[in-house]
Design a protein around this ligand. Structure first.
Ligand SMILES: [Zn+2]
Length: 376
């Protein structure tokens, strides 16, 4: 009795905070050099009804060219400009934006930041339901439209490219002989460069490492493998050649040892669940899914889901020879519960800024599991 009454009283008070964990529905709008607006819950914000989310998305999409303009003015001067600008704005009972401030930014460009904050201040929203004030935190992710091509490949096979997520986080994407693309990550940390998963092959992995050398003039301080499959660890020899320390979950190290791969050390234990790494990320073992040893890594603003998470472009679960279809949805739920506020890099396919990739994976699993139970 006390509980519900208290909640009602809070909602009726002057400030109602909407948040938005899940931005534009997939596939993301083709909005040029803006890779797609991402959204996140500011700490402590609450969330009232899905219609509200939809309204905010719609208004932001309608005005996204204004933010794009702010970015492109500066992009023309600095071709590798990229980052995430988190704007917090307040919508009054009239629907007018009465305050808009920069909450945080990885852009490092005051002109783009202030231009974006000013643009948001001009926007008109519908009157919030219930007549309250609404506070929204919205991260605009702005990256150059073109990925840097490191290796062109033939007919799409064997290529390697780098996609900028923000100035310190890059997705490396390589394709195998069948032109199947696979994602990994490069993180620029205070200590040096970190590789998350190799490309398909040694040569492709070396292309990524050489790109990092040229671009940052920093040492490669380590690599993390997110499970023991060829799309994660196929280029290990390139790391070994450069004596880059490689670590992985204890279960992954055990699998590798069984197939004769040595030299990969234990990052953390599955039974410990998670590890905060001083290199600037958290590693999390959510349980079996795509593989019994799949882990996810979380960097500020970004969840590297690896093969546990399917991209919005995926129409099936891909390779499931090593999967646990029954516990996979639970593992996804564990990741979603832990990291609801970030963009997602799946093991294959486009980066997801809609926040819907977890649900999409669960839906694909439901289809697969439903199909299985229908058979029996
Ligand atoms: Zn895999």
């Amino acid at each position: 009795m006390f509980g519900p009454a208290l909640v009602a009283a809070l909602l009726a008070s002057a400030v109602v905070a909407w948040g938005m964990p899940a931005p534009p529905s997939p596939p993301p709008d083709p909005i040029g050099s803006i890779f797609g607006p991402d959204t996140a819950l500011a700490p402590g914000t609450k969330f009232e009804g899905s219609e509200d989310k939809e309204i905010i998305r719609r208004i932001i999409r309608r005005h996204i060219n204004e933010v794009k303009w702010c970015y492109e003015q500066e992009l023309s001067k600095k071709p590798d400009l990229a980052g995430r600008i988190m704007v917090q704005f307040t919508v009054a009972a009239s629907g007018q934006v009465i305050a808009s401030v920069l909450q945080n930014s990885t852009m490092g460009n005051a002109r783009v930041e202030s231009c974006t904050v000013e643009a948001v201040r001009r926007w008109q929203f519908p009157k919030p339901l219930g007549g309250g004030i609404v506070i929204i935190s919205y991260p605009f992710v702005l990256t150059p439209a073109e990925a840097t091509k490191l290796v062109l490949g033939t007919n799409g096979a064997g290529a390697v490219e780098i996609e900028t997520f923000e100035p310190t986080l890059f997705v490396h994407r390589s394709t195998d002989a069948d032109a199947v693309p696979s994602n990994g990550l490069v993180a620029v940390t205070a200590r040096g460069l970190l590789l998350v998963d190799t490309a398909w092959t040694d040569a492709q992995t070396e292309a990524v490492l050489a790109w990092g050398d040229r671009r940052f003039h920093r040492p490669w301080i380590g690599a993390v493998i997110t499970h023991d499959h060829a799309d994660r660890a196929g280029g290990l020899a390139a790391l070994e050649r450069r004596r880059i320390p490689v670590s992985a979950l204890d279960l992954t190290v055990a699998k590798m040892t069984r197939r004769g791969v040595r030299g990969v050390t234990t990052l953390f234990l599955a039974r410990d669940g998670a590890l905060k790494d001083p290199r600037g990320f958290e590693a999390f073992y959510p349980g079996s899914g795509h593989a019994s040893d799949n882990i996810v890594l979380r960097f500020p603003g970004l969840v590297y889901g690896g093969c546990l998470v399917k991209s919005m472009a995926a129409t099936d679960l891909g390779f499931t020879g090593d999967a646990d279809l029954a516990s996979w949805p639970v593992a996804i739920g564990n990741v979603r519960a832990r990291y609801s506020d970030a963009a997602i890099v799946p093991g294959h396919g486009p980066v997801d800024l809609s926040g819907e990739a977890y649900q999409h994976t669960i839906d694909l699993l439901a289809t697969a599991n439903g199909g299985r139970s229908a058979k029996k």
